[in-house]
Design a protein around this ligand. Structure first.
Ligand SMILES: Nc1nc2c(ncn2[C@@H]2O[C@H](COP(=O)(O)OP(=O)(O)OP(=O)(O)O)[C@@H](O)[C@H]2O)c(=O)[nH]1
Ligand SMILES: [Mg+2]
Length: 260
């Protein structure tokens, strides 16, 4: 039996350039309520590491968790949440796309699709978008416990076909019951291990679509004083290379915005 992934919460950020650097990172992407945060908790063997809710839109920031060796996971806000004002939705989209396109060290995107209801149009668009941008991704079907055993074979085939991938490439999991969690842990450990970038941060060039300095250096600058840093207060940038030393900023995901 594989051990839980010992994720520790590091920080929440509303922009890519407020995240500390990583050696290798996986990210959880998917529709609001698909079960991203629950899956992270199940992988960690904890109930309240990442905040979950029946109400869509619980996660509203880039939430960074660290494994103790400088490798990390990011729980992203969900998409497709209709009850968000347009300007806020645009902001989320920019935040998520900016992160996905610009994050140095992102080695695998876990694209979650609800196993019970199958891929929505937005899920398909997301998978196509990831593919188009050459981002390595794996489709993870969530909530396996909600699919009757008699329907699972068909559902596996249909969900994969809907996403345009082979059925054997889709990982199925139930955060609620634990099915598939061990396999997913093994896959994540493998992706992170294989993706570790040991080059010194200072020598790295800019990450695609994002200035290197914005990833590896503190956010505070003459043009953007710390005092003017928007919410959340927990979005404390780490100094260059701090994460490599295994030192992380302690915080609490509860500092994330509450849904109003
Ligand atoms: N039955 C079942 N319910 C699940 C499972 N995973 C998550 N849920 C439920 O689905 C709801 C949403 O879960 P979250 O983990 O908060 O979903 P999310 O994708 O993080 O949502 P956002 O933060 O809004 O993007 C909660 O009520 C969870 O209890 C699962 O494996 N099985
Ligand atoms: Mg969430």
């Amino acid at each position: 039996m594989s051990a839980p992934l010992r994720f520790r919460f590091v920080t929440s950020a509303d922009r890519l350039d407020r995240l500390p650097a990583t050696r290798a990172e996986v990210a959880f992407v998917g529709r609001s309520n698909v079960g991203k945060s629950s899956l992270l908790n199940a992988l960690a063997g904890q109930k309240r590491l990442a905040h979950t809710s029946k109400t869509p839109g619980r996660t509203q920031l880039l939430n960074l968790f660290e494994l103790g060796d400088g490798t990390t996971a990011v729980d992203l806000p969900g998409y497709g949440f209709a009850a968000v004002p347009n300007h806020a939705r645009r902001g989320w989209q920019e935040m998520i796309e900016g992160y996905l396109l610009g994050r140095r060290g992102l080695v695998r995107v876990l694209a979650l699709v609800d196993g019970e209801i199958g891929p929505t149009d937005l899920d398909v668009m997301t998978v196509e978008w990831l593919d188009h941008h050459g981002l390595p991704f794996t489709v993870v079907a969530s909530k396996l416990d909600k699919v009757k055993p008699s329907q699972r074979a068909n559902r596996r085939r249909d969900l994969a076909a809907g996403c345009g991938v082979d059925a054997h490439e889709v990982l199925w999991a139930s955060a609620a019951k634990g099915d598939g969690i061990e396999e997913l842990r093994g896959a994540i450990v493998g992706w992170l291990r294989d993706g570790v970038d040991d080059r010194p941060i200072a020598d790295d060039g800019p990450a695609t679509g994002s200035p290197a300095a914005s990833i590896t250096e503190p956010t505070a600058s003459a043009s953007e004083p710390a005092a003017a840093t928007p919410e959340p207060p927990a979005a404390v940038p780490l100094a260059r290379g701090v994460l490599f030393g295994g030192v992380v900023v302690e915080g609490d995901p509860a500092d994330e915005h509450e849904w109003a």
